[in-house]
Design a protein around this ligand. Structure first.
Ligand code: 1JT
Length: 256
């Protein structure tokens, strides 16, 4: 418990279930007194997300598909009417077609490439623009990335390209938003067993390699990702923007 985020209205996009990185962030932010709002993609996610929201006692939940500009506009209209001011935004959303995460990158279709980049990278630009209009007291935006943007991971393919675009978007957005007192940073999470990762073949061997080779000899905990997000959302990180922070038990520093 603490009050690092007390009185701050923070939107979290991408809570899906207990294993979600966004849920780890929600729990950590809740412990620091944040007033949270969750968004979910569509009807399929509604019940699960509402149940999790109830666990934190009175978190508002709204449907918003980042593929739809009208969904995004409608959501931020509600935020403006109901809250007026937004202090924080967590973007924990990515998508790629299953076939594009299995085959070789060489075979990525035009459609698959555009879809992965739209949902995983452009969506940050779209929601940051709307959120920034409500961040009249300054603000902090946090997104999630993965080391597949920097180095080749067999099968990560188009998501690696999307995450590279996401990280570069963070830098350009930091430049645009900085003068308004709004910071934006990315957390590069080590491998964790989320629903997204579950569908990935050989994901077990990635976790195993992390336990064997990462400096800390283990995989990262959701709580550690949550605590880093709290740091980035709070004034504790006031001098940091445009940055990608690795929270991966040191895995990214290793060669073979
Ligand atoms: C997505 C998925 C984004 C899985 C993701 C992701 N970011 C990290 N992971 C886990 C992962 C996946 C692969 C991998 C290593 C880690 C799936 C749905 C779309 C968005 O390959 C080495 C493929």
């Amino acid at each position: 418990m603490g009050d690092l985020l007390k009185g701050r209205n923070i939107i979290i996009m991408g809570v899906r279930n207990k294993w979600s990185i966004a849920w780890g962030i929600a729990e950590a932010a809740h412990k620091q007194g944040a007033s949270l709002v969750f968004t979910y993609q569509g009807e399929r996610e509604k019940a699960d997300v509402e149940k999790l929201a109830a666990e934190l006692g009175g978190v508002d939940v709204y449907q918003m598909d980042v593929a739809s500009d009208s969904d995004i506009d409608a959501f931020f209209d509600i935020m403006k009417d109901k809250y007026g001011v937004v202090h924080g935004l967590v973007h924990a959303i990515a998508f790629a077609k299953r076939e594009d995460l299995q085959d070789s990158f060489l075979n990525t279709s035009r459609d698959g490439f555009a879809l992965a980049l739209d949902i995983s990278a452009y969506s940050l630009v779209a929601v940051s623009r709307r959120a920034s209009e409500l961040m009249t007291e300054g603000g902090s935006i946090v997104t999630l990335t993965y080391m597949g943007s920097e180095k080749v991971f067999q099968g990560y393919n188009v998501m690696g390209v999307a995450k590279a675009a996401l990280e570069t978007s963070v830098r350009y957005l930091a430049n645009d938003l900085g003068p308004s007192g709004i910071r934006i940073n990315a957390i590069s999470a080590g491998s964790v067993k989320t629903l997204s990762a579950r569908g990935v073949k050989n994901f077990g061997s990635i976790l195993e390699a992390t336990r064997e080779r990462a400096p800390l000899r283990r995989t990262v905990e959701l709580q550690e990702l949550g605590d880093t997000a709290v740091f980035l959302l709070s004034p504790m990180s006031g001098g940091t923007t445009g940055e990608t922070i690795h929270v991966d038990c040191g895995m990214n520093i290793m060669g073979i």
